[in-house]
Structures are given as C-alpha cells and as structure tokens.
Design a protein around this ligand. Sequence first.
Ligand code: ZN
Length: 499
Amino acid sequence: MRIPLLDATDKSRTRIHKSHRSHKSYMSHSHIYGLFCESRADMEPRERGRATFVAGILLAGYIFASCCAIAHAGELRAGAGRAIITPEHDMWLSGYASRTAPSEGKVHDLFAKALVFEDETGAKTVIVTTDLIGLTAAITSGTARMVEERFGVARERQLYTASHTHCGPVLKNNLEAMYGLDENQARIVADYTSALPGKILAAVAEAMNNVEPVSVSWSVGHAEFAANRRRYTPDGVQFGVNPIGPVDRDVPVLAIRRPGGPIKALLMGYACHNTTLDFQQICGDYAGFAQAHVEAALPGTVALFMSGCGADANPEPRRTLEWAQQHGKELGEAVLKAAQATASAVHGPIRAVYREIPLELSAPPTRDELERQAAGDDVYIARRARTLLEQWDAAGGLATTHPYAIQVLQFADSLQLTALAGEVVVDYSLRLKHELGKQNHYVIGYANDVPAYIPSLRILREGGYEAETSMIYYGLYGPWAPSIEEKIVSAVIEMSKEQ
Ligand SMILES: [Zn+2]
C-alpha cells in the first residue's frame, strides 16, 4: 500500500510556498525599484531623496527575504528545545523487578528534548528524545495529537524515543507485571504519566520558537563499552558478558550548525542498554552523562540521545556511579570527535512514513492455564495471568497479534533514520544496515512504543530473557511467532523504497 508522503497541512503549505515562488518570478529587484522611479520625475529633490531611501530599504528587505525566508532546494531550518521531566517527588523507579522502595533523590535532572526540522516544502518534522524507560503507545499518541493540533505536524512526521534509563520513573501501562505498587504509588505513577505529554509539548514548543536556517551533517564515531550480554551455558542462555556475541558500537552523530559554524544541536545514538546503574537515585545513566558532557563542552548546544538496537547489550563494566560517568564521558567524547571529523552533508526534503503492522504471537494459553497461573506461586506470572484474564473478560478472548510501530524518516538521499518500537536486539540493526546498503542509516530502538522485547529469529530459537521471560513483565503471553523478523524487515524495506 502506498503511504501518502504529505498530509493535508503539508500540501497546503506546499501550495502557499509555490505561489510565493511564482510571485518572485515577476517581482524582480528592478521592478520594485522601478515602481518608485516612474513617479520620481515630478518630485521635489528632497522628496526624490526620501523616495530613493525608501526604495533602497524595500529592496534590501526584499533581498533579505529572498535569501532567508524562501528555502532553496535541499535547505533545512531547525530548532531545538528541552523540558525538565524529573519527578517532583520520590517515586518508584523503573526497569528492575528487584526494587522494594521508591527513589531517594536525584543525581541529575531528566529531560525531554525536541528537534524540529523544516524542509524546503515548509513541512516540519519533530524528533523527541526522553530520559525515560520507554514511552508507551498511549503517551506518544496523546502527545502526537497535541503536537498536530498546535503545530500542524502530521503523525508520520513525529518520532518519539526513550533512552531506556533504569533510574527513571515507572510509567503507567509499562512493564506493569514487574512492580507491586500500592495504591499511593500507583496514583503517583498515573499522575506523572498523565503530565508527561504536556511537558514534552513544552520542549517541542521551545524548538518551534527557534527554528532558523542551519547546515546539517552526519558522521559516525565509535565507543567501546557495549558488550553482548547473552552468555551460552549448558543451562541455556544466561545474563553475562559474551565477548564473541554481536554488538553495534557505532556512535551516529547528526550535527546541526547555525550559519557560520556554531553547533546548535547534536543528536547522538548508541546501541546499548542504559543500565550501568541499579540504585535508588533518579539518573539518566550513561546516556544522561553523555548528553551533559556534550552540553558542557559546547555551551548553548542541545544534546539529544536516541538508543539504537541494544536490547541484548549491556555497558561493561557496570553498577557504580563512576562507571556510568565514565561511559557517558566516553560516549560524549566520541560524539564531539565525530562532530568535528569529516562528515556527510544532510539535506531535505524529509520524507516520513509511519505504520503499525500486526505482529503475531505464538498460540495463546487456554483459560484454564491462565487461571492456574493466576493462583500460582510465581508473583510475576500470576500478575500477568490476572491482566490477561481481565483482557479475556473484556474482549471474549486474547488478541493473537500486537500492533507494532515502524517509522522511516528519509532526508532526501542523504540520511535514513529507521525507528522501531520495543526493545530491539542488535540483529535488526546489523541486518537492516546491510540489506538497505545505505551509506548513512541508523536504526533507532525504543521508538514510539515499547510493548516488549523484539527478538530476531536467531534469538527466538536460542531462547533466554529477550526471547521468553521478558514477555512476563510486559504482560504479553508469548513468545512471538517465528515470523517476527521477516515481517519487520520486509516492512522496513518496503517503507524505505516507496516514493
Ligand atoms: Zn531493557
């Protein structure tokens, strides 16, 4: 199916833009000046001088407008903004089932950050990053509606992602089977989650307010601390360090510069779980420290972090604040170095495609099985079973597919960002980079929705946490059907080629 590239708003803007250009074609510089010259002959010398002065001002204004307000082919304008999203009170932190108490203060603030691009057609594209465990479909769709209403940006032109810090707040409807929240904590989580779209909107509004002409470039650095975490043992795949397992250690850097060279914003990525830390303080982990490192080195710059396909990678070493700071410094230095190195120019127009495809789950459990699990000793399996029984009662059965969000942003032929929902394993990044064969391409994970882990067929066959047990915490029965990898890869390839 062919996806429309522009929404109604974009089309009307294109029309306005075109009519502006045709106006330019017959209103030449001499035409403006001539309008004054024709009537100057019968003026007094003083009036003539004043008219010449006014004509000069108008001509200068016209030339300025021609140069600055009308974008030329490929030109991009951009804005960047941020909003603090640190919880105002201590609350339950996300990502680990082993926690038994709410947070105890913060190391630094958490942020929602926004990058807005405006291309030569006048269409705007928004990229939002957050220092959070993962945005749910409900959060992103709610925010997207607000951004569309206020700024006229269509859904396919809005990309939302999260750093996957495990020292950020629990969000409603995310990993619910993992936590045993009491009524008070559940209310705090619900309040925090419902306030989030408004805070993200504030970051987008700030970015919209400083959209200006920019030059954009793409470069790729390298950082070493990501390690494959799937260790093969006689008892199956266990957490650990697998020195021969696949990883993607690229550090992609999208640098946005103001005219003359100063850096306005840097969008950086890394494909590795943001899990150096597991303590009780609010913190952005290595991704938070990397953003802070770049912003300290380049005052006034907004540094944004997008996670790659690092679901089966952990930072090494880990578990101390010093290591989180060290990894952040390593990543931040790699970003600064890449931003100064030889880079490819990135230009518009920006093409955007967003789809939700049905991903199949394996055969569902019977009602008897779920009732047995709900009464069983395993607290996490029992919680999931209760959630599934509620869904069964509401819908008369269990859904056998789950809507899976995929998004492609193409900056003409100069860069592709592919955004995949969920905790995506590295096989997708390596395969899509190879199969699409594009020079400049990055695959973002944790994008638009985080419904579960997204294992490849290889990992599904091998088993382990990313294939099986993680489904318990996400409240889905599982595992995914073996069709998962081909479905996602073929959808991305199709979406990348539609013109
Ligand atoms: Zn994770």
